[in-house]
Design a protein around this ligand. Structure first.
Ligand code: ZN
Length: 169
């Protein structure tokens, strides 16, 4: 059930991206008809996007992310390595304020059957699936309270190096 919803979300996202691209082309070709006001509203309706990469050296390329409070954020995790997810899997897990980082990471590392996401997800704001080399996944979320949030890759042992903070301001 959960997976179906996710697939639909991904599909609609793809359609959305295609639709956006179509719009861009339209505005390019019909510049004379459309006033510049349209261009402004188009860019404002787009979610805040950011990308973070994980590699075969067990590293994220960023340890600090900044997002606006109260606005939809589209975050893409890209595994830029070549190794399989069973050996060098990476995910992006964003923890809520007040969740103990080490306790969570230890618990997550035992949840192998669930891609290292613990059964109790109440402390998780958002997470991607576990990715192998060459894969990527985009998730959407909104942070409604300014603050500093921990993120990590929950693959066993990775959190020691693959961690950082997301600052909502
Ligand atoms: Zn990892």
């Amino acid at each position: 059930m959960k997976k179906t919803i996710k697939t639909i979300a991904l599909l609609s996202l793809t359609v959305f991206v295609i639709a956006c691209k179509g719009d861009e082309k339209k505005t390019e070709t019909s510049t004379t008809e459309t006033p510049s006001v349209t261009e402004t509203s188009t860019s404002e309706s787009t979610a805040f996007t950011l990308t973070i990469e994980g590699n075969d050296q067990m590293q994220f390329n960023k340890t600090e992310l900044r997002v606006p409070v109260g606005e939809p954020v589209e975050l893409t995790l890209k595994h830029v390595g070549k190794m399989a997810k069973e050996v060098m899997g990476h995910n992006f897990v964003l923890l809520d304020v007040g969740v103990d980082f080490n306790t969570f990471a230890t618990e997550a590392s035992t949840a192998k059957d669930n891609d290292y996401i613990p059964e109790d997800t109440s402390g998780i704001i958002v997470h991607t699936g576990m990715l192998g080399g060459g894969e990527s996944e985009t998730v959407e979320f909104t942070i409604n309270e300014a603050g500093t949030y921990d993120f990590l890759c929950s693959f066993p042992g990775h959190y020691a190096m693959m961690k950082g903070v997301l600052i909502a301001e």
